[in-house]
Design a protein around this ligand. Structure first.
Ligand code: ATP
Ligand code: MG
Length: 390
């Protein structure tokens, strides 16, 4: 399954948005806080969720909202969800009514969509008895997102069974895949062993530790990779994990990741899951820097009327761009330096213009303390000051 286009009308804070073409592999949505990134992911997940849980709301003051999705298998009959006022009580006349129900024109039992919301960390859990029950039709609640609950039980059960001859080849593959997750972003880490205390141990440069003691960055990666493997294994018991060709939504992919890992995570995911279409949101220029042409959906707009900005992208995407160029040209940041710096620089410039040696010297001294040690224009500022002093 691949999503091809999306239209949203009066849902959450979005009045209108049309994304005419999604990339079949990776789509990176960026835009300022509150512009509607999570709303877009929720809207997509909602179209593949049977049980409405009131996460998605029609826009305040609107009678109805709509989400329309075109997939590779429904071009002639796109999915349309109607996000309408909640009945039977009449809330229609209440301008603050935000409760809603959804009506869909399709059979939503579609397990090909997996959604990762922003909760990805987990704490240590003692295993006293294994909880091996897994709800097979979990996709009916897609909009709730993938949960870490019972992930440890899932791993232990599969690891224990993997040595049995009657265990299916696919299940053995899944657990091997899950073990590899530890080394995805740092090869110095690897799965060590499942020991008798039912702890999952990991080799790290500082010693062997239970996997819950890994750093937050590691845990978020494990959450996503194990989450995908686990969902595919449970939803499609006969499918080899690398063959999964559904849609994976991830909100704020960069959470807890150092910039270096932010720059690696998308490539790692598309390499591990080559047939998946990812639709992710981010605030990270490092994530965008690794993107190919057509993978970035930079949102702009006002009062909820959003559009995908047309970007002047080089044939190789953003790989040769600096972080500053991405921040200003793609992410719409106006000031890369602090207001304090801008104020001092303005004082320096106007002191030069007014030939005010004292003020220029004061401003230069402040600039000198603020700038990066190797900032190339520092020498120019010094020459300007020396020129003024004569
Ligand atoms: N029912 C509604 N009617 C009108 N506006 C709404 C409604 N529900 C949410 N909003 C607006 O939509 C915004 C939330 O959008 P969303 O969470 O998708 O933003 P985001 O781009 O994911 O932001 P962030 O980067 O902070 O996560 C809120 O700021 C709120 O103002
Ligand atoms: Mg958000």
């Amino acid at each position: 399954m691949k999503i091809e286009s999306l239209k949203i009308e009066n849902v959450g804070g979005i009045s209108s948005l049309s994304i005419k073409k999604f990339d079949p592999k990776m789509n990176i949505i960026c835009g300022e806080n509150g512009i509607g990134k999570t709303n877009i992911l929720d809207s997509i997940a909602h179209c593949f969720t049977q049980f409405s849980n009131f996460i998605l709301k029609k826009k305040s003051n609107c009678v109805n909202g709509y989400v329309t999705i075109e997939c590779d298998f429904n071009r002639n009959d796109p999915y349309t969800c109607l996000i309408a006022s909640f009945e039977p009580r009449d809330y229609n006349n209440n301008p603050f009514d935000f409760r809603s129900k959804s009506l869909t024109n399709f059979n939503d039992n579609n397990p090909y969509l997996i959604y990762f919301k922003t909760e990805r960390l987990f704490l240590h859990k003692w295993i006293e008895s294994l909880n091996i029950y897994e709800q097979a039709d979990r996709h009916l609640n897609n909009l709730d997102g993938v949960s870490n609950e019972n992930a440890k039980d899932w791993f232990i059960k599969n690891e224990l069974l993997s040595s049995q001859i009657y265990t299916a080849k696919n299940d053995k593959n899944s657990i091997e895949f899950a073990k590899k997750a530890f080394g995805i972003l740092n090869q110095s880490y690897s799965f060590s062993a499942l020991k008798q205390d039912m702890e999952i141990y990991v080799n790290t440069p500082t010693g062997i530790i239970p996997y819950e003691y890994l750093s937050s960055g590691f845990k978020t990666c494990i959450s996503i990779v194990w989450g995908i493997i686990r969902e595919v294994q449970i939803r499609f018991p006969n499918m080899y994990i690398g063959d999964f060709n559904g849609v994976i939504l991830i909100d704020e992919i960069e959470l807890h990741l150092h910039p270096e890992w932010q720059g690696k995570i998308c490539n790692a995911l598309t390499t591990l899951f080559p047939n998946v279409q990812f639709i992710i949101s981010t605030h990270s220029p490092h994530v965008i820097q690794t993107a190919e042409v057509n993978e970035v959906i930079a949102l702009s707009g006002q009062n909820g009327n959003l559009e995908k900005r047309t970007l002047d992208i080089a044939p190789c995407g953003f790989k040769g761009w600096t972080i500053e160029e991405i921040l200003t040209d793609v992410m719409g940041m106006k000031d890369l330096r602090t207001q304090l710096y801008e104020d001092v620089k303005e004082k320096f410039d106007s002191a030069l213009k007014n030939k005010d040696v004292k003020a220029a010297t004061e401003a230069y001294d402040k600039l000198n303390q603020m700038l990066h040690p190797t900032y190339p224009l520092r020498a120019l500022f010094k020459m300007q000051l020396d020129g003024l002093k004569g």
